[in-house]
Design a protein around this ligand. Structure first.
Ligand SMILES: Cc1cc2nc3c(=O)[nH]c(=O)nc-3n(C[C@H](O)[C@H](O)[C@H](O)COP(=O)(O)OP(=O)(O)OC[C@H]3O[C@@H](n4cnc5c(N)ncnc54)[C@H](O)[C@@H]3O)c2cc1C
Length: 440
């Protein structure tokens, strides 16, 4: 078959991109290939008590509201249902064709997983769009990189809802968003904090959810920019943001080394702090019959402990790739931790009459942050992208539901733009100072 765009992956990014292209170029043919049987990407396999950790107002695709919009933290069921509705909405157009349960093998060849003898050959007139580049992993779709001894009770976080008997103790492995979600879920459901052992290889900063709400999140990003401008080291930047109430950390005496935009409420954070048996001895190497072996030693664990695997790297930082080329688009983030906004924006820029070079000059990829040192560069690059976008397509930035600029008053919108224009060059200058301090 023949198409203008071939999108690999019907996850949140592939669908946000396809929706944006379809809005701008409704006659362009789009074929979307997805190896899972359902749309929504990793959301399909995520643990059922997962929830969006940012407001629904600016997540999803540009043309369809998610849940009740606003600050709603959509549930797993709402997200899966949403992506089903997104697909049904797109399928109303004869220009769009989906193949689920079908794996793209490259060079225009796709194989239906249940019917491998009937491969699909696709001629692409415009571009192949890689919407699988972010390689999101979830506990259900990864294998732990440590040994689990025979007889150890070990389950992915997904299985927590299917337990037949309550174990006496729980050992949560993983200090990221998923591990923290597991701890909150257990305590919210009646497990006592002292029944939990929590293995945290690396501490991360938590983002205070009350600051990441519609209407004010733009000012929050500006606060990060100011902190970069004001300080000479990464540590000082994070301490300033903590002082201003934006960030939390579990340990008072140590500064976390990870920044992954994990967003929690004050209530959830209080729950996390109530767990006292936190193991900080690096990564797990092996779980034996009565001990956990880690980078920096080993610890005993109590008989009957159920291990909860929360070690999948949900969103690893991927190497930057040019987003646009003559025949390809590689979907990546262009605003810190805002993947669906990024994919929709890439669709909008793709549809503009510009050369590949001009398109790449507007949008620079900003990989997902992992270490605290990643944040300043990523944030400044995000603002530089936004400034170029506002200059080129201010109306999109103001009106698209995935843009934080669409959820503030006109006055506030103008103030955000002016502050971005004034502060971004200053923060950029500060980056050199900060980098030279980090290397000492
Ligand atoms: C637990 C969790 C919570 C999160 N919460 C938020 C949040 O609140 N806000 C936020 O902005 N982000 C959040 N994220 C980040 C999230 O990764 C992005 O928002 C987004 O869902 C990523 O979508 P994606 O399309 O890039 O990746 P995926 O969801 O992985 O989709 C890619 C799709 O491509 C398909 N695919 C891959 N290879 C092929 C192939 N060869 N052929 C066919 N199909 C293929 C895969 O099956 C998959 O469905 C969260 C991530 C996790 C793990």
């Amino acid at each position: 078959m023949e198409t203008d765009y071939l999108v690999i992956g019907a996850g949140a990014m592939g669908l946000a991109f396809a929706d944006a292209i379809h809005k701008e170029k409704p006659r362009s043919k789009i074929v979307i290939i997805e190896k899972r049987p359902l749309p929504g990407g990793h959301w399909v396999d995520d643990y059922r008590f997962v929830a969006l950790h940012q407001p629904a107002a600016f997540y999803g695709v540009g043309s369809l509201e998610l849940s009740s919009g606003g600050n709603d933290l959509s549930s797993h069921a709402e997200l899966v249902d949403y992506y089903d509705r997104v697909v049904k909405q797109l399928q109303k157009s004869s220009a769009i064709t989906f193949f689920f349960g079908t794996e793209y093998k490259g060079s225009g060849l796709a194989i239906p997983l249940l019917n491998p003898d009937k491969p699909i050959k696709i001629q692409v007139k415009e571009k192949v769009v890689d919407a699988s580049y972010m390689k999101v992993l979830t506990p259900a779709t990864h294998s732990p990189n440590f040994k689990v001894g025979d007889g150890v009770k070990f389950v992915p976080i997904n299985d927590l809802l299917d337990l037949q008997h309550k174990p006496k103790r729980f050992c949560v492995i993983g200090g990221g968003k998923t591990g923290a979600d597991a701890v909150v879920h257990l305590i919210d459901n009646g497990v006592l904090a002292d029944q939990i052992k929590w293995v945290v290889p690396n501490d991360m900063w938590f983002w205070n959810r009350s600051k990441v709400q519609t209407g004010i999140v733009g000012n929050e990003f500006i606060k990060f920019l100011k902190a970069i401008q004001n300080n000479s080291s990464v540590e000082q930047i994070f301490l300033e943001l903590e002082k201003k109430g934006s960030l939390f950390r579990l340990l008072d005496e140590e500064l976390p080394r990870k920044w992954r935009c994990a967003t929690f409420s004050q209530r959830e954070f209080k729950i996390l702090k109530s767990v006292k048996d936190v193991v900080r001895k690096g990564r797990v190497h092996a779980i034996g019959i009565d001990r956990i072996e880690l980078d920096n030693g080993s610890v005993a664990y109590e008989e009957g402990c159920l291990f909860i695997d929360c070690t999948a790297n949900g969103l690893a930082a991927r190497p930057k790739q040019a987003i646009f080329s003559d025949k390809h688009i590689t979907l990546q983030s262009v605003l810190m931790c805002q993947q669906t906004y990024s994919a929709a924006l890439i669709g909008k820029i793709e549809s503009a009459r510009m050369s590949v070079k001009e398109k790449n000059a507007i949008l620079e990829p900003v990989p997902h942050p992992e270490r605290v040192e990643d944040m300043p560069d990523i944030l400044v690059a995000s603002f530089e992208n936004n400034i170029r976008v506002v200059k080129k397509i201010p109306f999109w930035f103001r009106k698209n539901r995935l843009s934080v600029g669409a959820h503030v008053s006109f006055l506030n919108f103008c103030s955000l733009i002016v502050k971005s224009l004034l502060l971004t060059p200053k923060a950029k200058l500060a980056l050199k100072r900060i980098a030279s301090n980090s290397s000492h």
